[in-house]
Design a protein around this ligand. Structure first.
Ligand SMILES: *Cc1c(COP(=O)(O)O)cnc(C)c1O
Length: 363
């Protein structure tokens, strides 16, 4: 059996440090919003080259709170993609705003800046770009469009911690970058967690207030209507231990992705475009005969993922948005073909060869 994802090999490798971090928190008497969260915020901000970071309860909350901190809500439209799963869309709705879907580029499966221009309405207030699978969206045209059309720019970096565009880490191009520490992510907690990063002190202050009932630092007065969405000390301490080894984990991901590339060259799998700044969160191929490929993996006891099987624009909950089948052709074409192969630090070269061997019987 080869799982699609397993956090345990990395945990075993880092066990002394992670166990010590857990014990440190439990012995400290401080479990919520304490020194570990503060230290992790400073470490992530410094890594991403931004001034501020605010730990929150999840990546989805990070996006929702970023939107709210930017003053986006009811009546406002947020442009985004439909091929990146539900969280971004759920976050836009959580903020009270309305998603407007933009199709993706058929080569990279990232938001298509040309489509973006055409989707702008008078109500458009923000763009949520998703650095999907760990690949950075080329930011220049989007930053320029946001500037010229006075749109706020939020980066969904949930899959892309470690990714760079033109040498700069993602998360610092827009008004706010949003991270997820969901266990499968490049920096995964042992539970939920997320973070907003920003260059802007005022936005950071607002996210800090919103994450805890609208309180200002040091008081218990609700200045604005907030929520409860906090990163806890245990997760923060675990994340700090793992952060010290993040570059090592990212290097391992890069090596595994290169091995897949090499072994699948010349097959009928469409391979991801090469990209220097890719953080290799997911290794996503596209296959015409996906049902047969999946059956071959199943038969060989190999896990896989499909990110994602359906465009969010076609999901029942979002019918009211009125997006017809065929309205996002590149998105829908990709959803029918994408297949994610196992990729995590701890996966061995031999396991990669077994995955490819099983897939090769079909492609
Ligand atoms: C995981 C993920 C999120 C949400 O993160 P959670 O921490 O699970 O809420 C948002 N966007 C994308 C693209 C993701 O992959």
């Amino acid at each position: 059996m080869i799982p699609f994802f397993d956090y345990r090999p990395l945990y075993r490798e880092l066990k002394p440090e992670i166990d010590a971090a857990i014990a440190r928190v439990l012995d400290s008497g401080r479990l919520i919003l304490g020194p570990e969260v503060e230290a992790l915020e400073a470490e992530i901000a410094s890594r991403l080259g931004v001034a501020h970071a605010v730990g929150v309860g999840s990546g989805t909350d990070a996006i929702a709170l970023a939107l709210r901190a930017l003053g986006i809500g009811a009546g406002d439209e947020v442009l985004t993609v439909a091929n990146a799963g539900v969280p971004g869309v759920a976050a836009i709705r959580q903020a009270g705003a309305t998603p407007r879907f933009v199709d993706v580029r058929p080569d990279t499966l990232l938001i298509d800046p040309n489509e973006l221009e055409g989707a702008l309405t008078a109500r458009a207030r923000a763009v949520l770009v998703t650095h999907l699978y760990g690949r950075a969206v080329p930011m220049a045209p989007i930053v320029e469009l946001a500037r010229s059309r006075k749109l706020r720019l939020i980066e969904d970096c949930a899959q892309a911690l470690g990714a760079t565009w033109q040498g700069h880490p993602v998360g610092g191009f827009g008004d706010v970058g949003c991270l997820s520490f969901y266990p499968t992510k490049n920096l995964g907690a042992f539970g939920d967690g997320g973070m907003c990063v920003t260059r802007d002190a005022e936005i950071a202050r607002r996210v800090r207030a919103l994450r805890m009932y609208g309180f200002a630092a040091g008081d218990r007065h609700a200045h604005v209507e907030g929520v409860n969405s906090r990163l806890d000390e245990l997760q923060a301490a675990i994340l700090r231990a793992k952060l010290r080894h993040l570059d090592h984990a990212l290097a391992r991901r890069r090596t595994l992705a290169a091995a897949y590339h090499e072994a699948l060259r010349g097959s009928r799998c469409r391979l991801p475009e090469p990209d220097e700044g890719h953080a290799h969160h997911l290794f996503v191929v596209r296959v015409e005969e996906r049902a047969r490929a999946v059956a071959a993996l199943d038969a060989a006891g190999i896990g896989y993922g499909i990110h994602y099987r359906e465009g969010v624009h076609r999901m029942e909950a979002y019918r009211a948005l009125g997006c017809e089948a065929g309205s996002l052709p590149a998105t829908e074409h990709a959803c029918a073909r994408v297949l994610s192969l196992p990729l995590f630090p701890g996966l061995t070269d031999e396991q990669v060869q077994r995955v490819v061997g099983a897939l090769r019987t079909v492609v």
